[in-house]
Design a protein around this ligand. Structure first.
Ligand SMILES: [Ca+2]
Length: 479
């Protein structure tokens, strides 16, 4: 029975998917079905003000959802006043994501920039669906999506849902009411500045907020938080994968149109948002659990935004380990950036060498070790190394031991696996809030020879990075 219900739920998702491009209202639910109830859709914040040319984010919410497994809406707005840049799914992406169901965005697209379906000027469709354990469908107030909009004119545009449809896991649909939101484009006083995101080349998507006002950074990190009146404000810059920074006592006096804050860099690695507001063991465990996956598995874990959860992301957590949310423009950051420039220059000048140390030949039954060593790795903070061996020739005696290049009690191993059948060992580690030594042993693997001869273990790949995730140049020698 469960499998039939699952199939129905998947079909419901597909049906939503197929109807998404049609500008006609979505199929009405069958009246005889016991539809899931919900108080209705609304926008959070309900209204917001954006400066001319500025951008902002607003969330779509479903209040008092019951067994929510899918939804789709058509949103209407005034295209002379605002444009919608993207719609990011929030439902099913919590920290941690809800267990038991897998959520997908509608429209389904391999292109991460396709986040909604344009139906007409000022009308778009989007949604999400899920499959999995029916008991894990969502209840209560659910944030469904984050809309990024930017100003194209002035005035007030309503955010109005033309049509809505929600479904439970049994494909029973309903059409809860909705409350309009609004976006006003107007002048007023502004706080401006630049927020960079550590390890990212694109600084867009950081949220700048003060009280009910929010905006987001452009790709060069610039923002203008407008619509403020004279007064004293706290301004906070935040991002799902980064430590927030806050400036208190930002004062706007009458007659001043704009106050500029110093440029800042948010530190990456705060993937698992908890009360601690600190990069800690929860972040390390989170990234280890999805290490090597595509970003879609856990979007917040793709700190540098390259679509993969890899060494650069791991190193952000390691390098910023134990750091907490910061005061805006904390003095240490500027120094860190200057030191980083110097280190990068050094790293580019000198290539590190990675070598494997192994006996030239072994006897059948002999137990021996193979070490992956590094030298000349100035600024080394993390490594992702794979070794290959012939499983017909060698039997692995287990995952790697961590070598002496890592700080004592200051290393976290995110991946340490041996695939005996494939003849591959994979190891990834980061130093915690410190650097590794520039030379030493990264890892040691032990084998038992199945027959006499050279063990012939080879280096598959060796990626080394510094504390900023910048790759070190690596020369590889196989012996
Ligand atoms: Ca990444």
């Amino acid at each position: 029975m469960r499998s039939i219900l699952l199939a129905l739920a998947v079909l419901a998702g597909l049906a939503l998917c197929l109807t998404r491009a049609l500008p006609t209202p979505l199929a009405a639910p069958a009246a005889s079905l016991a539809a899931p109830a919900a108080t209705g859709f609304d926008f959070v914040p309900a209204s917001l003000t954006v400066a001319p040319g500025g951008a902002a984010v607003v969330n779509l919410r479903l209040r008092d959802a019951v067994d929510l497994a899918a939804y789709e809406v058509q949103l209407a707005f005034d295209p002379a006043i605002i444009a919608v840049d993207r719609v990011d799914r929030l439902v099913g992406t919590g920290n941690p994501p809800p267990a038991g169901r897998t959520w997908f965005s509608l429209p389904l697209s391999a292109d991460p920039n396709v986040t909604f379906t344009p139906l007409a000027p000022g009308v778009i469709a989007f949604g999400a669906y899920s499959y999995g354990d029916a008991a894990a469908a969502l209840d209560g107030d659910v944030l469904l999506a984050r809309l990024t909009v930017h100003a194209v004119g002035t005035g007030t545009s309503a955010l109005h849902l033309n049509t809505v449809l929600v479904s439970n896991p049994d494909a029973q649909g309903s059409q809860p009411p909705s409350t309009d939101g609004s976006v006003t484009i107007s002048g007023g006083q502004c706080v401006t500045g630049t927020v960079h995101l550590q390890s990212r080349s694109d600084d867009s998507g950081a949220t700048i907020s003060s009280g009910p006002l929010t905006t987001v950074t452009a790709s060069d990190g610039r923002f203008a938080l407008c619509g403020l009146g004279p007064g004293t404000y706290t301004v906070t810059a935040s991002h799902p994968s980064f430590l927030a920074q806050s400036a208190s006592n930002v004062t706007l006096s009458g007659g001043v149109s704009q106050v500029s804050l110093p440029g800042i860099t948010l530190l990456g690695g705060d993937i698992y948002k908890d009360q601690a507001n600190k990069i800690n063991i929860l972040d390390l465990i989170t990234i280890a659990s999805v290490y090597g996956s595509l970003a879609a598995t856990r979007p917040a874990a793709d700190i540098n935004g390259d679509g993969q959860i890899g060494l650069t992301d791991l190193i952000m957590v390691g390098a910023n380990y134990n750091r907490t949310a910061q005061v805006w423009g904390a003095a240490g950051l500027a120094k860190r950036a200057a030191a980083e420039d110097e280190r990068q220059t050094l790293a580019q000048k000198r290539a590190a060498s990675v070598t494997l140390a192994q006996p030239p030949t072994v006897k059948a039954g002999e137990v021996f070790a193979v070490q992956a060593r590094v030298s000349g790795a100035v600024g080394l903070a993390g490594a992702d190394v794979s070794l290959r061996f012939d499983p017909a020739r060698l039997e692995s005696l287990g995952p790697a031991d961590t070598g002496d290049v890592w700080p004592t009690d200051g290393v976290f191993v995110a991946a340490n696996r041996v695939d005996e059948a494939a003849g591959e060992a994979h190891f990834a580690a980061t130093a915690l809030d410190s650097r590794a030594a520039s030379q030493g042993t990264m890892l040691t693997l032990r084998f038992r020879a199945r027959r006499e001869g050279p063990p012939d273990v080879r280096l598959g790949q060796a990626h080394l990075v510094d504390e900023e995730g910048t790759p070190l140049l690596v020369n590889v020698a196989s012996k």
